[in-house]
Design a binder for this molecule. Sequence first.
Ligand SMILES: *Cc1c(COP(=O)(O)O)cnc(C)c1O
Length: 389
Amino acid sequence: MTQALADFDHASLVVAHDDAHAFEAVVPPIVQTSLFTFSSFEEMAATYRGEQSRPVYTRVTNPTTRLFEEKIAELEHTEDAIGFASGMGAISSSVLAFLEPGDRIVCVRHVYPDAYRLFETLLKRWKVETVYVDGRDAEAVAAALPGARLFYMESPNSWMMETQDIPALTALARQHGVITILDNSWASPVFQQPVRLGVDLVVHSASKYIGGHSDVVAGVVAGRKELVDIIRRTITPYLGAKLAPFEAWLLLRGLRTLPTRMKAHEAAGLAIARKLGELPEVVAVYHPGLGNSLPPGLSGTSGLFSFELDDSIDIPAFCNALKLFKIGVSWGGHESLVVPALVTRGQNAGPNSALDFGVSERIVRFHVGLEGTDALWADVTQALAAAKR
Ligand SMILES: *Cc1c(COP(=O)(O)O)cnc(C)c1O
């Protein structure tokens, strides 16, 4: 498996389908239209009967959006993909396509907070129960799977960056006929292709690394055609959270530099994480790249990780003193960001996956951007000095 992943040529996949744009443009056009006209009644009728496939209406399909979907399917080494107006659009649509009242979801703990809130509020109202497991504990997963409809993973997960043994857990899920969905936003398709590891459907917040410039909110799901078609036929037309052509075009722009950016985030993220780990006021660093080996199928690490500060540091003062690291949610762009777990304590948004699963108030999350390691490290050390109690 590892050898096959090492041979994976991202660059050639990123430029796939790029040889036939109108006017021989090197960048694909934005087909900014809501509808597509027909030359005759017969052509429209044939399209409606499904005898020919062509765009009809942008809520369903659009050529710019489709090009993005084709590239993601290639990068994820799978057959098909659907672009969404947000990562949550991709997550909610993928989950809803396979659930009925009375179903149970098995979910790894510390998932993205709004995915957790979707399970704990909307899906609860529809009589879908979600049970949470430590995704590092294969026995706990095996015990929870029988009778479940979906197994939802996020590797690494939010706040604590816990990884899952994806080949082992998906093999367990297959034994029990449970559909697997994995949020791959952290690693991006550059460092992890979950479908190759046995996952049925992979979802992304494309607002993060795939977009890469903090100027677009978007999402995508990818997987076998037969499963993606169920989402396309039974959910996307009605919930309508489809990716728009301009956003798709921004994502196509982002994809061109994705492999290069990921390597830069990896190097800078690891450098800052290692330096933090040497400081006396840092109790622990949660970064999947600091152990002896990466989990199976993960071939690199990104710029998002967390760490725990001891009581000698005033966390609000630390965040306020940082200059290059801006205080803000999201991640995956060029800029460095900081979010402390402490700030979610007062969040007025319903169930809180950090709070409910005991994430310490001393945890701080960093997204390490592309400003340069030396400048970023100087920023961290001056902010720690300023925040010393
Ligand atoms: C941001 C994020 C999401 C949600 O994506 P949006 O594009 O903001 O809707 C889902 N999963 C993870 C891991 C995220 O970081």
